[in-house]
Structures are given as structure tokens and as C-alpha cells.
Design a binder for this molecule. Structure first.
Ligand SMILES: [Zn+2]
Length: 212
């Protein structure tokens, strides 16, 4: 039985704000997100994550608030990169090994305070948003790329749509960049995952779901 994972108590509230250890590996989120969105039998399966069945993904809770241009950043996904000289790199390598027991292809960080306060649907959409950034390289024809050993060539993936609302409002969706038309169409349909299903899969609304 898998319920929506919660950040540890010590990272929350005033206690979390003054901790000198604001980061903690979220092993339960790593299990939960695979069972919920990625595995073939996942109840909220999104085939866009299929390549992640072969990916090592580390997840961290962080108590330190983060913001960019005045907006709270509540989640982040990055590829594992080591920076600095040789000793800085081995330190970072060892830190990841100690947290996860493996070296992740992708590292996802979630804001502990937000994750504690948000609804099930918000938590699911946050985790899926970060998972969608964990992409696979594409060749010139749009086909997914693989490494020599047959494993997917993992890479960061940008948002599908980057456009100004003003352009769509003034010139219509035909004038908008990239996949904006697809986004508008998706927004006009009922969501594939309704609130009730999310609550069921997250198991926090009195209903809990057993993953067989
Ligand atoms: Zn994003």
C-alpha cells in the first residue's frame, strides 16, 4: 500500500527553517513516483516517462526556500554533474553515493514546506512536472537516442511551450510558438487525471490504493 510521501517533521515549520541539515534523501518519494507514474502497472501511468524505467533518479527534500524572479521555486530537476577540481568532484560523488547508494542520472529536489501544504493533485503535478524534465536525447528526426550499451541517452528536456500569453490573446494560437496549439487543445479538454483518481492513488483522502 503506497500513500503520498510526506517530508520529515524536522524539515517543517520553524524547526525546518533553522536546521543546519536542510537536505534529506526522499527514498519514499522515489518508490512512490515509480509505482504511481512510471512502472508499467502504475495507476496514473504516463507513457512519456517510459524511458525513466531504466533511469536512476534521486529525490531530495529541502527545507531551504528557493525563489527565482520573485516566484517560489518548489521543485527542480537536474542531471548529475560534478563541478570543480578533482577533490570537489569526488566529494560530490561520495555525497550522492551516501544519500542514495547509487549515482543518479537525474536529481529532483522538492521544497519540503510546499510538499507538506499542497493538495494531492498539486503534489502529483509537481512530481510529474519534474519527471517530464528528465528526458531522453532525440536525433534530427525526433527519434529517441540510445547509448552504445542500449540504455536511453538521458538529457534534460525543456517545457513543450514557451510563449507570451499576450501573443495568443492578440494574434491567436496560430501565431504562437512550438506546441502552443496542442497546449490550448489539452487545456480545453477535461483533465485525464481527475481529482478523485489522484486522491485514490495518493491514498490520503480515506481511500488508499493497494498496488498489486
Ligand atoms: Zn519546469
Amino acid at each position: 500500500m503506497l500513500v503520498r510521501p510526506r517530508p520529515p517533521e524536522r524539515l517543517l515549520g520553524a524547526e525546518g527553517a533553522c536546521t543546519d541539515r536542510p537536505v534529506e534523501p526522499a527514498h519514499d518519494v522515489m518508490v512512490w513516483m515509480r509505482a504511481t507514474f512510471i512502472d508499467e502497472e502504475a495507476p496514473l501511468l504516463n507513457e512519456e516517462h517510459a524511458h525513466l524505467r531504466e533511469a536512476m533518479i534521486g529525490v531530495l527534500w529541502c527545507a531551504e526556500p528557493n525563489a527565482r524572479q520573485g516566484n517560489a521555486v518548489v521543485g527542480q530537476c537536474e542531471t548529475t554533474q560534478f563541478q570543480g577540481g578533482r577533490w570537489a568532484k569526488v566529494r560530490q560523488h561520495q555525497q550522492l553515493q551516501e544519500w542514495f547508494g547509487f549515482l543518479p542520472h537525474f536529481l529532483i529536489t522538492l521544497d519540503a514546506g510546499y510538499a507538506d501544504q499542497c493538495s494531492d493533485a498539486q503534489f502529483c503535478s509537481l512530481v510529474e512536472h519534474e519527471l517530464l524534465h528528465a528526458g531522453q536525447e532525440r536525433d534530427g528526426y525526433g527519434a529517441p537516442k540510445f547509448r552504445k550499451d542500449g540504455s536511453p541517452a538521458f538529457a534534460m528536456r525543456g517545457h513543450d511551450v514557451e510563449e507570451f500569453v499576450s501573443i495568443v490573446a492578440r494574434y491567436g494560437v496560430g501565431a504562437a510558438a512550438g506546441r502552443t496549439a496542442e497546449l490550448v487543445e489539452a487545456a480545453s479538454r477535461a483533465p485525464l487525471i481527475c481529482e478523485a483518481e489522484v486522491a485514490g492513488a495518493c491514498g490520503t483522502c480515506g481511500r488508499s490504493l493497494t498496488y498489486a
